[in-house]
Design a protein around this ligand. Structure first.
Ligand code: AN0
Ligand code: CP
Length: 320
């Protein structure tokens, strides 16, 4: 695997999930695979889970790891070609990428949506430059539009906790005070569409996800109706994807607190498990009671980030 951004990059999902379970049972099994190989993790944005779980995954495989927080200590990077660099940016991404690539074997990049232009974000202008100019395998650690390591961990978690063969999984929008990217819901929809589940998406009008990710998943605008009989509830805020009105891209269209996941909605589910990728704002996205309930999976879900990252790095090491 040379690029990891989509469920398609993994090949058959059942095989990848089996591999994940095998690694979970013995996470140091491939200690020799990464000997004298270096992973470089580049963060343009904050992270707790991705940073730690991906470092741990690399260590599970015997790799060396370098982590760079671009905004803390590195030169400010220009990302647009053709700009006269007379401002505060000292270095261009076009030099920085090959230089960084020269010190490692595999590169992970986190670079969120900037919300300056829908086109730039959805064309993945930053990650595409890493793929094109690094000459190294690149995996996405949340880009402008996708967060595949998260969705892979989410699917591993659903596989572990499902109590029937084909569970009902509901992705619900929930309110948040700041405009957040669509990367998590985009990938979650993409990956769940590839899995053998009954998948429903619910959100207020205007929050329609990009068709390339949501595909022909069921969309239900009535949240209570969507929750009926659900086995898993996956909450997440996202800002307007700009599908129906491009001028609203990245805007907050609703702060309707009746969408906060509480016991009221959970009562109509099939005793559903609660999931969220974290970090989560309590009593905005979900009430204290629901996130603390025995049906909440937020901690095992985060722990599975180590497993999804180990599988991805293993696949990339095998293809070097
Ligand atoms: C980010 C997001 O919503 O994309 C990261 C989630 C993994 N969340 C925040 O910025 C709060
Ligand atoms: N879920 C997730 O990616 O968390 P971090 O932003 O802390 O890495």
């Amino acid at each position: 695997m040379r690029v990891f951004r989509s469920v398609k990059d993994l090949g058959p999902l059942e095989v990848a999930l089996k591999e994940a379970m095998e690694i979970k049972a013995d996470r140091y099994k491939y200690q020799e695979l990464g000997k004298n190989k270096t992973a470089l993790l580049i963060f343009f944005n904050n992270s707790l889970r991705t940073r730690l779980s991906t470092q741990k995954a690399a260590m599970n495989l015997g790799m060396n790891v370098i982590v760079l927080d671009v905004n803390q200590g590195a030169w400010k990077l220009e990302t647009e070609r053709g700009v006269v660099m007379d401002g505060d940016k000292s270095e261009h991404l076009l030099e920085a990428i090959p230089v960084m690539a020269s010190y490692c074997d595999i590169i992970g990049v986190r670079s969120f949506a900037r919300f300056e232009s829908r086109e730039d974000d959805y064309q993945e202008k930053i990650l595409e430059q890493f793929i094109q100019y690094s000459g190294k395998p690149v995996f996405f650690m949340e880009s402008a539009t996708v967060h595949p390591l998260q969705s892979f961990a989410d699917l591993i978690t659903i596989e572990e906790y499902k109590e029937c063969k084909r569970p009902k999984v509901v992705l619900t929008w929930a309110p948040h005070p700041k405009a957040l990217p669509q990367a998590v819901p985009n990938s979650f929809a993409e990956w769940l569409n590839a899995a053998d589940v009954d998948f429903v998406v619910t959100h207020p009008e205007g929050y329609e996800l990009d068709p390339q990710f949501v595909g022909d998943a069921k969309v239900e605008y009535d949240q209570m109706k969507a929750f009926e009989g659900a086995d898993f509830v996956y909450a997440k805020n996202w800002s307007c994807p700009g599908v129906t009105r491009p001028e609203d891209y990245g805007k907050i269209l609703s702060q309707d607190m009746s969408w906060t996941v509480s016991e009221r909605q959970m009562a109509v589910t099939n005793n559903a498990h609660f999931m969220h990728c974290l970090p989560v704002r309590r009593n905005m996205i979900v009430t204290d009671d629901v996130i603390e309930s025995p049906r909440s999976l937020v901690i095992p879900e985060a722990a599975n980030r180590e497993i999804s990252a180990t599988v991805v790095l293993k696949r990339m090491l095998e293809a070097l």
